[in-house]
Design a protein around this ligand. Structure first.
Ligand code: 11C
Length: 344
Protein backbone atom coordinates (compact mmCIF):
# COMPACT_ATOMS: atom_id res chain seq x y z
CA UNK A 1 0.00 0.00 0.00
CA UNK A 2 1.24 3.44 -0.85
CA UNK A 3 3.25 4.93 -3.71
CA UNK A 4 6.92 5.46 -4.50
CA UNK A 5 7.26 9.22 -4.32
CA UNK A 6 10.22 11.47 -5.15
CA UNK A 7 10.57 15.11 -4.11
CA UNK A 8 13.02 16.98 -6.32
CA UNK A 9 14.29 20.15 -4.65
CA UNK A 10 13.67 18.66 -1.20
CA UNK A 11 15.92 21.16 0.61
CA UNK A 12 14.29 24.29 -0.88
CA UNK A 13 11.54 26.46 0.63
CA UNK A 14 8.79 24.72 -1.39
CA UNK A 15 10.39 21.25 -1.11
CA UNK A 16 10.31 21.53 2.69
CA UNK A 17 6.64 22.49 2.59
CA UNK A 18 5.94 19.57 0.23
CA UNK A 19 7.35 17.19 2.83
CA UNK A 20 5.35 18.82 5.62
CA UNK A 21 2.20 18.65 3.48
CA UNK A 22 2.70 14.99 2.44
CA UNK A 23 2.97 14.18 6.14
CA UNK A 24 0.11 16.38 7.32
CA UNK A 25 -2.32 15.15 4.63
CA UNK A 26 -1.24 11.53 5.28
CA UNK A 27 -0.40 10.93 1.63
CA UNK A 28 0.05 7.17 1.11
CA UNK A 29 3.82 6.73 0.66
CA UNK A 30 5.60 3.39 0.27
CA UNK A 31 9.03 4.82 -0.43
CA UNK A 32 10.19 8.44 -0.41
CA UNK A 33 13.26 9.61 -2.39
CA UNK A 34 14.60 13.05 -1.62
CA UNK A 35 16.52 14.58 -4.51
CA UNK A 36 18.29 17.87 -5.12
CA UNK A 37 21.08 19.52 -7.04
CA UNK A 38 24.63 18.31 -6.27
CA UNK A 39 25.04 21.36 -3.98
CA UNK A 40 22.53 20.11 -1.40
CA UNK A 41 23.12 16.37 -1.87
CA UNK A 42 24.21 14.63 1.33
CA UNK A 43 21.91 16.70 3.59
CA UNK A 44 19.80 14.55 5.94
CA UNK A 45 16.10 15.28 6.31
CA UNK A 46 13.88 13.64 8.90
CA UNK A 47 10.53 12.49 7.50
CA UNK A 48 8.06 10.73 9.81
CA UNK A 49 10.84 9.79 12.23
CA UNK A 50 13.30 8.48 9.64
CA UNK A 51 16.44 10.31 8.49
CA UNK A 52 16.60 10.31 4.70
CA UNK A 53 19.78 11.34 2.88
CA UNK A 54 19.15 13.77 0.02
CA UNK A 55 20.66 12.44 -3.21
CA UNK A 56 21.71 14.27 -6.33
CA UNK A 57 18.88 14.07 -8.88
CA UNK A 58 19.95 12.04 -11.94
CA UNK A 59 17.90 10.24 -14.61
CA UNK A 60 18.38 6.89 -12.86
CA UNK A 61 17.09 8.35 -9.56
CA UNK A 62 13.58 7.90 -11.00
CA UNK A 63 13.72 4.11 -11.49
CA UNK A 64 10.61 2.76 -9.74
CA UNK A 65 9.26 6.21 -8.84
CA UNK A 66 5.49 6.57 -9.45
CA UNK A 67 4.92 10.21 -8.49
CA UNK A 68 7.66 12.86 -8.74
CA UNK A 69 7.09 16.31 -7.27
CA UNK A 70 9.52 18.75 -8.88
CA UNK A 71 10.42 22.10 -7.35
CA UNK A 72 14.11 22.63 -8.02
CA UNK A 73 13.91 25.33 -10.68
CA UNK A 74 12.97 25.29 -14.34
CA UNK A 75 16.31 24.03 -15.66
CA UNK A 76 16.21 20.91 -13.44
CA UNK A 77 12.63 20.22 -14.57
CA UNK A 78 13.60 20.69 -18.22
CA UNK A 79 16.50 18.27 -17.95
CA UNK A 80 14.92 15.60 -15.71
CA UNK A 81 11.10 15.62 -15.94
CA UNK A 82 11.04 13.66 -19.22
CA UNK A 83 13.62 11.24 -17.79
CA UNK A 84 11.27 10.61 -14.87
CA UNK A 85 8.29 10.12 -17.21
CA UNK A 86 10.32 7.74 -19.40
CA UNK A 87 10.84 5.61 -16.28
CA UNK A 88 7.10 5.48 -15.53
CA UNK A 89 6.63 8.37 -13.13
CA UNK A 90 3.92 11.02 -13.28
CA UNK A 91 5.63 14.37 -12.76
CA UNK A 92 3.90 17.22 -10.94
CA UNK A 93 6.06 20.18 -11.82
CA UNK A 94 6.03 23.32 -9.72
CA UNK A 95 8.22 25.37 -12.09
CA UNK A 96 7.32 27.45 -15.12
CA UNK A 97 9.11 24.98 -17.45
CA UNK A 98 6.02 23.32 -18.97
CA UNK A 99 3.08 25.45 -17.85
CA UNK A 100 2.27 26.87 -21.25
CA UNK A 101 3.03 23.62 -23.14
CA UNK A 102 -0.22 22.59 -24.82
CA UNK A 103 0.49 18.93 -24.02
CA UNK A 104 0.74 19.65 -20.32
CA UNK A 105 -2.35 20.31 -18.19
CA UNK A 106 -2.01 23.27 -15.81
CA UNK A 107 -4.12 22.43 -12.80
CA UNK A 108 -5.74 23.96 -9.75
CA UNK A 109 -8.00 21.13 -8.55
CA UNK A 110 -10.83 23.43 -7.41
CA UNK A 111 -10.90 24.98 -10.89
CA UNK A 112 -10.03 22.39 -13.53
CA UNK A 113 -9.57 19.01 -11.83
CA UNK A 114 -10.87 17.31 -14.98
CA UNK A 115 -7.75 18.39 -16.91
CA UNK A 116 -5.62 16.01 -14.79
CA UNK A 117 -6.99 13.06 -16.78
CA UNK A 118 -5.47 14.47 -19.99
CA UNK A 119 -1.91 14.22 -18.71
CA UNK A 120 0.80 12.57 -20.79
CA UNK A 121 3.21 12.20 -17.89
CA UNK A 122 3.64 15.80 -16.76
CA UNK A 123 1.13 18.00 -14.90
CA UNK A 124 2.12 21.60 -14.22
CA UNK A 125 1.43 23.42 -10.98
CA UNK A 126 0.70 27.10 -11.70
CA UNK A 127 2.51 30.10 -10.26
CA UNK A 128 1.53 30.84 -6.66
CA UNK A 129 -0.08 34.20 -7.34
CA UNK A 130 -2.15 32.68 -10.18
CA UNK A 131 -3.36 29.73 -8.09
CA UNK A 132 -4.92 31.76 -5.29
CA UNK A 133 -6.58 34.17 -7.71
CA UNK A 134 -8.20 31.53 -9.93
CA UNK A 135 -9.28 29.42 -6.93
CA UNK A 136 -11.16 32.43 -5.54
CA UNK A 137 -12.56 33.57 -8.89
CA UNK A 138 -13.74 30.14 -10.09
CA UNK A 139 -17.05 30.12 -8.17
CA UNK A 140 -17.74 33.66 -9.38
CA UNK A 141 -16.87 32.77 -12.98
CA UNK A 142 -19.02 29.64 -12.80
CA UNK A 143 -22.15 31.42 -11.55
CA UNK A 144 -21.90 34.89 -13.05
CA UNK A 145 -19.35 34.71 -15.91
CA UNK A 146 -16.15 36.74 -16.01
CA UNK A 147 -14.98 39.03 -18.80
CA UNK A 148 -12.14 41.03 -17.20
CA UNK A 149 -9.62 40.74 -14.36
CA UNK A 150 -7.25 43.50 -13.24
CA UNK A 151 -4.99 42.38 -10.40
CA UNK A 152 -2.34 44.10 -8.31
CA UNK A 153 -0.33 41.78 -6.08
CA UNK A 154 1.36 42.28 -2.72
CA UNK A 155 3.80 39.35 -2.65
CA UNK A 156 5.95 38.04 0.17
CA UNK A 157 9.68 37.46 -0.08
CA UNK A 158 9.43 33.69 0.45
CA UNK A 159 8.19 33.48 -3.14
CA UNK A 160 11.76 34.25 -4.14
CA UNK A 161 13.18 31.52 -1.86
CA UNK A 162 15.17 31.24 1.35
CA UNK A 163 17.89 33.62 0.20
CA UNK A 164 15.38 36.46 -0.33
CA UNK A 165 13.83 35.79 3.09
CA UNK A 166 17.28 35.98 4.70
CA UNK A 167 17.95 39.17 2.77
CA UNK A 168 14.79 40.82 4.18
CA UNK A 169 15.73 39.85 7.75
CA UNK A 170 19.33 41.06 7.40
CA UNK A 171 18.31 44.34 5.76
CA UNK A 172 15.69 44.97 8.47
CA UNK A 173 18.34 44.50 11.19
CA UNK A 174 20.76 46.81 9.33
CA UNK A 175 18.11 49.48 8.86
CA UNK A 176 17.11 49.42 12.53
CA UNK A 177 20.79 49.60 13.55
CA UNK A 178 21.32 52.60 11.30
CA UNK A 179 23.63 50.59 9.03
CA UNK A 180 23.65 50.39 5.24
CA UNK A 181 21.34 47.72 3.78
CA UNK A 182 23.04 45.18 1.50
CA UNK A 183 20.92 44.16 -1.52
CA UNK A 184 22.22 41.17 -3.45
CA UNK A 185 19.14 39.08 -4.34
CA UNK A 186 15.93 41.07 -4.93
CA UNK A 187 14.15 42.07 -7.03
CA UNK A 188 15.60 39.24 -9.16
CA UNK A 189 18.53 36.94 -8.40
CA UNK A 190 21.16 37.37 -11.10
CA UNK A 191 19.81 40.71 -12.44
CA UNK A 192 22.26 43.59 -13.01
CA UNK A 193 20.81 45.72 -10.25
CA UNK A 194 19.56 44.92 -6.73
CA UNK A 195 17.38 47.06 -4.48
CA UNK A 196 16.55 46.85 -0.77
CA UNK A 197 13.24 45.18 0.07
CA UNK A 198 13.16 46.08 3.80
CA UNK A 199 10.88 49.09 4.43
CA UNK A 200 10.32 49.24 0.68
CA UNK A 201 8.06 47.99 -2.16
CA UNK A 202 9.50 46.65 -5.42
CA UNK A 203 7.30 46.76 -8.54
CA UNK A 204 9.36 44.06 -10.23
CA UNK A 205 8.95 40.31 -9.77
CA UNK A 206 11.04 38.34 -12.26
CA UNK A 207 12.53 39.85 -15.41
CA UNK A 208 10.94 42.39 -17.74
CA UNK A 209 9.50 41.20 -21.05
CA UNK A 210 9.56 43.17 -24.30
CA UNK A 211 5.95 44.36 -23.73
CA UNK A 212 6.89 46.13 -20.47
CA UNK A 213 5.27 43.52 -18.22
CA UNK A 214 7.40 41.33 -15.95
CA UNK A 215 7.51 37.56 -16.38
CA UNK A 216 5.52 37.16 -13.13
CA UNK A 217 2.79 39.43 -14.56
CA UNK A 218 2.73 37.49 -17.84
CA UNK A 219 2.54 34.22 -15.90
CA UNK A 220 -0.58 35.48 -14.12
CA UNK A 221 -2.11 36.60 -17.42
CA UNK A 222 -1.32 33.54 -19.56
CA UNK A 223 -1.83 30.90 -16.87
CA UNK A 224 -5.22 32.32 -15.86
CA UNK A 225 -6.49 32.13 -19.45
CA UNK A 226 -5.20 28.55 -19.80
CA UNK A 227 -6.64 27.30 -16.48
CA UNK A 228 -10.06 28.84 -17.24
CA UNK A 229 -9.87 27.63 -20.89
CA UNK A 230 -10.75 31.19 -21.73
CA UNK A 231 -8.34 32.85 -24.18
CA UNK A 232 -10.79 35.73 -24.65
CA UNK A 233 -10.75 36.69 -20.95
CA UNK A 234 -9.09 40.12 -20.43
CA UNK A 235 -6.41 39.92 -17.76
CA UNK A 236 -3.94 42.58 -16.64
CA UNK A 237 -1.51 42.28 -13.72
CA UNK A 238 0.91 44.42 -11.73
CA UNK A 239 3.08 42.35 -9.40
CA UNK A 240 4.78 43.96 -6.42
CA UNK A 241 7.11 42.51 -3.77
CA UNK A 242 6.60 43.70 -0.18
CA UNK A 243 8.62 43.15 3.00
CA UNK A 244 6.79 40.31 4.72
CA UNK A 245 7.79 36.65 4.76
CA UNK A 246 4.73 34.53 4.00
CA UNK A 247 1.53 34.71 1.88
CA UNK A 248 0.66 36.72 -1.19
CA UNK A 249 -2.19 39.24 -1.10
CA UNK A 250 -4.02 40.52 -4.17
CA UNK A 251 -6.33 43.41 -4.89
CA UNK A 252 -8.51 42.18 -7.74
CA UNK A 253 -11.00 44.08 -9.92
CA UNK A 254 -13.36 41.91 -11.96
CA UNK A 255 -16.14 42.45 -14.45
CA UNK A 256 -18.92 39.89 -14.60
CA UNK A 257 -20.97 38.82 -17.61
CA UNK A 258 -24.26 38.89 -15.70
CA UNK A 259 -26.04 42.05 -14.60
CA UNK A 260 -27.83 42.86 -11.34
CA UNK A 261 -25.45 40.86 -9.16
CA UNK A 262 -24.98 42.04 -5.58
CA UNK A 263 -22.21 41.57 -2.99
CA UNK A 264 -24.49 39.08 -1.19
CA UNK A 265 -24.58 36.91 -4.33
CA UNK A 266 -20.77 36.83 -4.47
CA UNK A 267 -20.59 36.13 -0.73
CA UNK A 268 -22.93 33.17 -1.15
CA UNK A 269 -20.96 31.42 -3.90
CA UNK A 270 -17.62 32.20 -2.24
CA UNK A 271 -18.75 30.83 1.12
CA UNK A 272 -19.88 27.59 -0.54
CA UNK A 273 -16.74 27.07 -2.64
CA UNK A 274 -14.18 24.34 -1.93
CA UNK A 275 -10.86 25.62 -0.63
CA UNK A 276 -12.11 29.19 -0.26
CA UNK A 277 -12.85 30.91 3.05
CA UNK A 278 -14.84 34.13 3.10
CA UNK A 279 -13.61 36.56 5.76
CA UNK A 280 -15.54 39.68 4.97
CA UNK A 281 -17.12 41.70 7.72
CA UNK A 282 -16.03 45.34 7.56
CA UNK A 283 -18.23 46.25 10.54
CA UNK A 284 -15.99 44.05 12.65
CA UNK A 285 -12.76 44.82 10.73
CA UNK A 286 -12.71 41.21 9.50
CA UNK A 287 -10.62 40.56 6.38
CA UNK A 288 -7.67 38.26 5.65
CA UNK A 289 -4.06 39.41 5.96
CA UNK A 290 -0.76 37.73 5.03
CA UNK A 291 -0.16 36.87 8.69
CA UNK A 292 -3.66 35.45 9.26
CA UNK A 293 -3.41 33.24 6.15
CA UNK A 294 0.13 31.95 6.80
CA UNK A 295 0.35 28.24 7.57
CA UNK A 296 -3.18 27.54 6.25
CA UNK A 297 -4.13 25.62 3.09
CA UNK A 298 -7.15 27.71 2.07
CA UNK A 299 -7.58 30.81 -0.05
CA UNK A 300 -9.10 33.68 1.94
CA UNK A 301 -11.32 36.37 0.44
CA UNK A 302 -12.48 39.67 1.92
CA UNK A 303 -13.31 43.28 1.05
CA UNK A 304 -15.86 42.24 -1.59
CA UNK A 305 -17.51 45.39 -2.89
CA UNK A 306 -19.24 46.78 -5.92
CA UNK A 307 -17.45 49.12 -8.27
CA UNK A 308 -18.91 52.61 -7.99
CA UNK A 309 -19.12 53.19 -11.75
CA UNK A 310 -19.40 49.87 -13.57
CA UNK A 311 -22.53 47.93 -12.53
CA UNK A 312 -20.82 44.64 -13.51
CA UNK A 313 -17.58 45.54 -11.70
CA UNK A 314 -16.49 44.23 -8.27
CA UNK A 315 -13.37 44.51 -6.12
CA UNK A 316 -11.98 41.75 -3.90
CA UNK A 317 -8.98 41.09 -1.64
CA UNK A 318 -7.53 37.59 -1.94
CA UNK A 319 -4.86 36.19 0.39
CA UNK A 320 -3.22 32.77 0.65
CA UNK A 321 -0.03 31.11 1.89
CA UNK A 322 2.14 31.15 -1.24
CA UNK A 323 4.15 28.09 -0.19
CA UNK A 324 1.05 25.98 0.65
CA UNK A 325 -1.94 26.50 -1.71
CA UNK A 326 0.43 28.46 -3.96
CA UNK A 327 2.87 25.57 -4.27
CA UNK A 328 3.19 22.52 -1.99
CA UNK A 329 -0.47 21.93 -1.15
CA UNK A 330 -1.67 22.42 -4.73
CA UNK A 331 0.96 19.89 -5.92
CA UNK A 332 0.05 17.33 -3.24
CA UNK A 333 -3.64 17.91 -3.96
CA UNK A 334 -2.97 17.04 -7.64
CA UNK A 335 -1.18 13.89 -6.46
CA UNK A 336 -4.21 13.00 -4.30
CA UNK A 337 -6.53 13.39 -7.31
CA UNK A 338 -4.22 11.23 -9.44
CA UNK A 339 -4.40 8.50 -6.84
CA UNK A 340 -8.16 8.86 -6.30
CA UNK A 341 -8.82 8.53 -10.04
CA UNK A 342 -6.27 5.76 -10.72
CA UNK A 343 -4.27 8.00 -13.02
CA UNK A 344 -0.77 7.08 -11.78
C1 11C B 1 7.41 34.83 -6.55
N1 11C B 1 5.53 33.83 -7.70
O1 11C B 1 6.67 35.14 -5.62
C2 11C B 1 6.96 33.80 -7.58
C3 11C B 1 7.51 32.48 -7.17
O2 11C B 1 6.87 30.38 -11.31
O3 11C B 1 6.59 29.08 -9.63
C4 11C B 1 7.00 31.31 -7.97
C5 11C B 1 7.71 31.13 -9.27
C6 11C B 1 7.01 30.12 -10.12
O4 11C B 1 8.54 35.28 -6.72
Amino acid sequence: QGYNVAVVGATGAVGQKMLETLDKKKFPIKNLSLLSSSRSAGTKINFQGIDIVVEEAKPESFEGVQIALFSAGGSVSKSLAHEAVARGAVVIDNTSAFRMDENVPLVVPEVNEEDIATHKGIIANPNCSTIQMVAALKPIQKHFGLSRIIVSTYQSVSGAGYSATKELINQSKSYLNGEEMKAEILPVKGEKKHLPIAFNALPQIDVFQENGYTFEEMKMINETKKIFHSPELSVAATCVRLPFITSHAESVYIELDKENIEVADLHKVLSEADGVVLEDNPANQEYPTPLSAAGKSDVFVGRVRKDLDNPKGFHLWIVSDNLLKGAAWNSVQIAEKLVKNNLV
